[in-house]
Design a protein around this ligand. Structure first.
Ligand code: PLP
Length: 389
């Protein structure tokens, strides 16, 4: 294992560092629990108890009952399970889905799979701030709609969607509604008693828990067809021996997030606003996403005359880790579909960076970042061929 250099970490939308209290619980689980949670004996019962304790904590974070929580390998699997599972469980005549254009690839690609299976998908656009229009959403719903999916908050630009209105429109018509709350949970109040979603995706590593653990909330009575078949764990919705240590860590992370939510959001907002104030005066730097209805930790900027990857690497060399678009969809050199859906051009999309603070960042770190950012942008603009055009 190579230890990383100690960069100032400002890419919390990609993943959050593991909380020390979560690590402790995971180590306890790895060292102390030997049994398979499905086994009848005492070691099995102890493992089962750890899983059920975590289920209660995750349920409590979103106002659900423990029986409505299905543990998965992460947010991606939870999104896949919701989109494919709701569609495949729908009555035979329902072969239509409504999905927003700004979904995470975990939802978007599941929607494309539905198209390959013969479903018709209405890909719903957004306004310049990345927000779905509730009227347009309602107009897209049909008699044969099997499901609709709009995320709670966007992982790239941080815009928060009017999920309460959208979910209510679906509930009135008896259409299942899926919300990806991977970025929202632990940052915004997410409560399934207030918002009538049918399913809700969660991921542990966005709230200081481990990577590779997530959950799908499935409202009681909602039919979902499983993706993974086997021993029937997780009420038959997700077979396979549970990842007990990761689930235990997720449980602790969820409990801490619920208890510290307000304090974390307040601090993140202060850090975020300090960054915004620092870049406001810079020429050719624009904020993307909704100016107010946005995640408390997200700053997404288009920096004219600068190529995002170059900026990320320059900042990395100066000791600051930020994101170029969405980490989860990085790899290919394609413009972000989210930014294109918001009306940005390709060039603007390739000139955009995401800075996402976390609960443990400090004002000193943010001030240091601002100095590094100005330096990096200035230097890259001097060098950039984009600047000439
Ligand atoms: N949904 C959103 C909004 C995300 O931001 C992410 C991760 O970046 C995912 C889903 C996927 O979650 P995971 O990385 O746990 O598979």
């Amino acid at each position: 294992m190579t230890a990383e250099k100690s960069a100032v970490y400002l890419d919390n939308a990609a993943t959050t560092p593991l909380d020390g209290r979560v690590l402790e619980a995971m180590l306890e689980s790895l060292e102390g629990l030997r049994g398979n949670p499905s086994a009848l004996h005492a070691p099995g019962a102890a493992a089962r108890e750890a899983v059920e304790e975590a289920r209660e904590a995750v349920a409590a974070l979103v106002g659900a009952s423990p029986e409505e929580i299905v543990f998965t390998s992460g947010g991606t699997e939870a999104d896949n399970l919701a989109v494919l599972g709701l569609a495949r469980a729908a009555p035979p005549g329902r072969r239509h889905a409504v999905i927003s254009r700004v979904e995470h690839p975990a939802v978007r690609e599941a929607g494309r799979r539905l198209e390959a299976e013969g479903f018709e998908v209405t890909w719903l656009g957004v306004d310049g701030d990345g927000v779905v229009d509730a009227g347009a959403f309602e107009a897209a719903l049909r008699e044969d709609t099997a499901l609709a999916a709009v995320m709670w908050a966007n992982n790239e630009v941080g815009s928060v969607q009017p999920v309460e209105e959208l979910a209510a429109a679906c509930a009135e018509r008896g259409i299942p509604f899926h919300a990806d709350a991977v970025q929202a949970a632990g940052r915004l109040p997410v409560d399934v008693r207030r918002v009538p979603v049918s399913t809700l995706a969660l991921s542990a590593h966005k709230l200081y828990g481990p990577q590779g653990a997530g959950a799908l909330y499935v409202r009681e009575g909602v039919e979902v067809s499983p993706l993974i078949l086997g021993g029937g764990q997780e009420r038959g919705l997700r077979s396979g021996t549970e990842n007990v240590a990761a689930i235990s860590g997720f449980g602790v992370a969820a409990r801490l997030a619920a208890g510290e939510l307000e304090e974390r959001a307040r601090r993140e907002r202060e850090l975020r606003d300090r960054i915004l104030a620092g870049v406001r005066e810079m020429e050719g730097v624009r904020l993307n996403g909704h100016p107010r209805r946005r995640l408390p930790n997200n700053v997404h900027l288009t920096v004219e005359g600068v190529e995002a990857e170059g900026l990320v690497l320059f900042l990395d060399a100066l000791g600051y880790a930020v994101g170029s678009g969405a980490a989860c969809s990085s790899g290919g050199h394609k413009a972000s579909p989210v930014l294109l859906a918001m009306g940005l051009g390709e060039r603007e999309a390739f000139s955009s960076v995401r800075i996402t603070v976390g609960k443990d960042n400090t004002f000193e770190e943010v001030d240091g970042f601002l100095t590094a950012f100005r330096q990096a942008v200035g230097r890259l603009r001097e060098l950039s061929p984009l600047q000439a055009g």
